[in-house]
Design a protein around this ligand. Structure first.
Ligand SMILES: [Zn+2]
Length: 267
């Protein structure tokens, strides 16, 4: 699946590898007034190249270093653009590590390339995007806030209201702090790098935060009843499924429950 659409002056490119008629995982990248936000999946490099030839972005920001956002850094370099990223993503993008097979299958293999450290504001002809540090999903995560337009580009911070899994490297307490901080901003449209544009942005983020807090309470209550970790996981989120298997444990329900319980205890 590869679709290009536009709303409120922002071009949204939605892409996702399909298998047996099913889209595996949708990823979005955006272009707003010559600024590319995210660079899409390497699997779609050739199609993205055609879109960028047509839209001619002049600068780029990647919200973090993961391959479905930054794996086409080489394509931008070829277009004469050195994407802006968090300082800690620069070396990662210059020599990306070998990623697990399931990620290469879904998104493609990330290429190496040059990026540059982002400042506090990214300016285009019409807009000023404030750069907001937003750790949680990853330590190098950034969001872009265009106050005048009421836009917030949230990278992988939202993705969905409900969470069932956690990546080993995700930090749940930081994610909650960041959600709280961003929900307090004055904006309307949330541009999610997997869902695309969503309205009532602050409400959307608050609902996710409340969902995590409710899960924490439930996990804690089950632990107090004396249930084991596998039993708490099963009751709260259902059985572990193929995701844990194909990710070799990098992405699992158990990891989420461990994080919920640890954080619950520290409060
Ligand atoms: Zn990510």
């Amino acid at each position: 699946m590869f679709q290009v659409s536009a709303s409120q002056g922002v071009t949204c490119i939605k892409m996702g590898r399909t298998m047996l008629g099913r889209t595996l995982r949708t990823t979005c990248s955006f272009i707003a007034d010559g600024l590319a936000v995210e660079g899409g999946s390497p699997y779609f490099k050739a199609k993205l190249d055609a879109v960028y030839q047509e839209h001619q972005p002049r600068q780029a920001v990647f919200t973090h270093g993961h391959e479905d956002h930054a794996g086409n850094v080489d394509l931008f370099n070829k277009l004469g653009i050195t994407p802006h990223v968090h300082q800690s993503a620069i070396n990662y993008l210059a020599s990306p590590p070998v990623i697990p097979y399931y990620r290469r299958f879904v998104w493609g293999t990330p290429a190496a390339g040059q990026s540059q450290i982002i400042g506090e504001v990214i300016e285009t002809e019409k807009h000023a995007f404030q750069v907001i540090a937003s750790p949680g999903h990853s330590e190098d995560h950034l969001c872009l806030y265009e106050e005048k337009e009421g836009w917030l580009f949230t990278g992988d911070l939202y993705v969905g209201e409900r969470i069932f899994y956690l990546y080993k490297n995700e930090n749940l307490p930081r994610m909650k702090e960041t959600l709280k901080k961003l929900a307090a901003l004055d904006f309307s449209t949330l541009f999610c790098s997997h869902r695309g544009p969503l309205q009532k942005g602050p409400e959307v983020l608050t609902r996710k935060l409340l969902h995590i807090e409710a899960l924490e309470e439930k996990a804690r209550a089950l632990q107090l009843k004396g249930l084991s970790l596998p039993d708490i996981t099963r009751q709260l989120l259902g059985k572990e499924d193929y995701m844990r298997f194909i990710s070799k444990g990098e992405f699992s329900k158990t990891a989420l429950v461990v994080a919920l319980l640890n954080h619950g205890q520290k409060r």
